[in-house]
Design a protein around this ligand. Sequence first.
Ligand SMILES: Nc1nc2c(ncn2[C@@H]2O[C@H](COP(=O)(O)OP(=O)(O)OP(=O)(O)O)[C@@H](O)[C@H]2O)c(=O)[nH]1
Ligand SMILES: [Mg+2]
Ligand SMILES: [Zn+2]
Length: 289
Amino acid sequence: MQGTIIKGIAGFYYVKTADGRLIECKARGKFRFDELTPMVGDMVEIAISDNKGVIDSVLPRKSQLTRPAVANITQALIIFAYKDPDINLELLNRFLVLCEYNNLKVTVCMNKSDLDKGQNARIIEMIKSAGYDFLSLNAEKGIGTELVKEKLKDNITVLCGPSGAGKSTILNSLAGRNLMETGVVSNKLGRGKHTTRHSELIEVGGGFIVDTPGFSSLDIDFIKREDLMYSFPEFQDFIGKCRFTGCIHHKEPDCAVKKAVEEGIINPFRYDFYIKMLEEISNTRRNKR
Ligand SMILES: Nc1nc2c(ncn2[C@@H]2O[C@H](COP(=O)(O)OP(=O)(O)OP(=O)(O)O)[C@@H](O)[C@H]2O)c(=O)[nH]1
Ligand SMILES: [Mg+2]
Ligand SMILES: [Zn+2]
């Protein structure tokens, strides 16, 4: 029987089987000596007797994230709020780059639409101009969450974004029950209190969702300098059209990417962020030597 590991606790794996049962499983002893330790998100082959299971094998992984430690994630919903907390544009761009780097489908959701006074219009413009799907939500009232649900089928979707944006509230709204603890944003700091800790797949809309705790910073300096451009989808039409082969679209003359920025085809916030990251990556590399 095949299934998906939805949760792991103290040496037990909880496997949702193809026929809809939830089976508590142990891994066969051999896994301890193999490299492939089963993880949440893995498709596994299990043997069941008396409603208890044993994991015989892990099917090949399509992907593997470390934060959260979940295999086979196919899609990310990047959740920010219109307000409380305010949008950190750089953090948003870091999430976008990380998702591209991991080949995830991306939808950007801006939650707390009840607090929208048009203050984020330029950021929304940036998101759309980079080619991303954009949804506006009010998770507390369940407004817009139906559109999110439509995207879930056959995916393992990760909810990511800063603390207090409303990730757990969105998941609760989608699931129609209070599965996740939600936190009150501290008024003083304007951020949440990291209420979400463990990784568990929740079955919703014909797929699975995994919540994550909020991040306030994200490292992307493991990406190679010359690879960074490939994590900007709106650059792709221009790569290869610059005067110099190997152009990294920084200080080179006759650069097709820079020309697209000048012509207003590529959003300047995104290009500025690209340059900032490029310089950050170069500096870290140098420091490590
Ligand atoms: N005004 C308003 N508040 C909301 C909305 N959705 C969620 N909230 C509130 O925002 C606060 C934070 O929500 P959470 O769902 O805990 O946020 P989170 O992203 O899961 O935060 P972490 O788990 O800390 O990463 C809670 O007090 C929610 O009630 C909304 O649409 N409008
Ligand atoms: Mg949460
Ligand atoms: Zn160039």
